[in-house]
Ligand binder design. Structure first.
Ligand code: BTN
Length: 265
């Protein structure tokens, strides 16, 4: 394990200041949780590895990442000031930070390229998922305790398993390789900025920014209702404070949780 007190952070004061880098880990989220529970960790401590052997995704999925090519890291946050029932704000913060980072490093994106957030917090470049986010929280009373924000950003991976037809990477889509250390530093800076916006109460701004980047927002789309698999049409008209997707169909609005609906691409 390499331990850094980050001397070259590009504008981040606490996110990534303590950076724990491992050659291999089963899951950075699991390791971050372990150390956050066992020792007093500084807020913003990052656990990173270039080879994650049991990476976890949302809803029990596996997160695959070719060794030495991508970013797989977890940030330990302590949003003890955020009510547990408002935790979706944190999801927006992390999604926007990843979005901001990709936007910055790919600038200027060709006009026919699209960078979007797919509800709840996937990052898509030209319709391909280039990043996934897994946030795991502890709750203390009505408030959050420790949040582990796990981020997998596909950077220089050239090919993906045929079992993952929606997966893509920055190199595949832009034709350029990227310096993963630089990307990580920019991600820390953007995450810090968005997190401080939330801590400062800028929830309206975060919500507006999130909706402005949301795939399918106010567009006519097809959805699949889960678990039954029925297909419906509708328009996303919002995301409520609990993170539920609001879909309008025939003049009526309905709200759906993560396990209840899937947008068809
Ligand atoms: C998703 O399913 O979209 C979420 C994927 C999250 C993957 C990241 S990689 C770093 C961190 N450690 C994990 O085990 N998972 C997250």
């Amino acid at each position: 394990m390499r331990f850094y007190v980050n001397m070259y952070t590009l504008n981040a004061a606490f996110v990534g200041k303590v950076l724990l880098v491992f050659d291999e880990l089963p899951s950075t989220n699991d390791y971050a949780r372990l150390i956050a529970n066992e020792v007093q960790t500084q807020e913003g401590t990052v656990v990173q590895t270039s080879r994650q052997t049991s990476g976890r995704g949302q809803m029990g999925a596996v997160w695959e990442s070719a060794p030495g090519t991508n970013l797989t890291l977890s940030v330990i946050l302590q949003p003890t000031w955020l009510r547990a029932d408002q935790q979706f704000h944190l999801s927006k913060v992390v999604a926007l930070a990843v979005y901001d980072t990709v936007q910055e490093v790919t600038e200027p994106l060709p006009a026919n390229f699209s960078l979007q957030v797919k509800w709840p917090n996937d990052i898509l470049l030209n319709g391909k998922k280039i990043a996934g986010i897994l946030i795991e929280n502890t709750i203390s009373g009505a408030y959050l305790g420790i949040s582990i924000a796990g981020i997998g950003l596909n950077v220089n991976q050239q090919t993906f398993s045929p079992a993952l037809p929606m997966a893509g990477s920055l190199v595949q889509l832009t034709g350029h390789t990227f310096d993963t250390d630089h990307l990580a530093q920019r991600l820390f800076a953007h995450l810090e900025l968005r997190y401080l916006q939330l801590r400062g109460g800028a929830t309206d701004l975060l919500h507006t920014d999130y909706l402005a980047r949301l795939l399918g927002y106010r567009e006519h789309r097809h959805f699949e209702l889960l678990p039954e698999g029925t297909q419906v049409e509708g328009m996303i008209t919002g995301v409520d404070e609990h993170g539920r997707l609001v879909v309008e169909n025939a003049g009526a609005e309905q709200k759906f949780g993560l396990k209840e609906i899937k947008m068809l691409l």
